[in-house]
Design a protein around this ligand. Sequence first.
Ligand code: ZN
Length: 247
Amino acid sequence: MDIEQLKQLQDVDIQIANIYQEKTELEETLQKDEEAYKNAEITVAEFNKNYEQLEAEKKAKEAEIQQTTEMIKRWDARLKEAKSGREYQAFMREINGAKRDISEIENAVLKIMEELEKIDTTRGEEKKKIEEIGQRLQQTSEQSKSRISVLAKQIQDLDLKKNTIAKNITPTMLSMYEQIKKQRHKAIVGVKKSICQGCHVNIPPQLFNEVIMNNRIILCPHCQRILYYVEDTVAAEQKPKRNKKAV
Ligand SMILES: [Zn+2]
């Protein structure tokens, strides 16, 4: 009878689904960590580039200060040799202008230094993140990867088992099973105390009797799942107890 084979098929399908879920979760966690690691590395590289650019800018500004200071010194020397008040005034103007330039450049240097400090702090945090993820990856990556390949092998084996079982099921039945599975997740469910275990709706007595007889495939009138009879275990357990009391 197809129903037994279908039950076996469903068992294998459920096993495959569970293993597949574990495998997917492992793969996703691994992928997430690897991506986070790569992203943090890219961020640090960007920070490094930014830092270098700002440092070069700072050096250029410091050189500018140096040059302007030298210029002031030269004007200072000429100031002492000024031949007229007008000449003296002209040198003084140049010197004062140069001093203002220097203080502006110094302010810019300070801003760059603040920026550098900020970058250094954030870069440090990213580096720490890289270290943390790196450690975690080192600890779990190999473990996860070997577990994933074990699970992949299990799925492969179960697929073979599924094919073997499917060979004993008529194609019509098989396609019916796959169709219901697609819609209802579980295609075959038990009927216990005349209640469908898939949708928990009562099965009419005549139909329930047919499920017990198991002469043909019966679908639940409510959820359209394939039904099989499940003995009411509570009632079955209670009976012997009564018997014991009677004895
Ligand atoms: Zn049902």
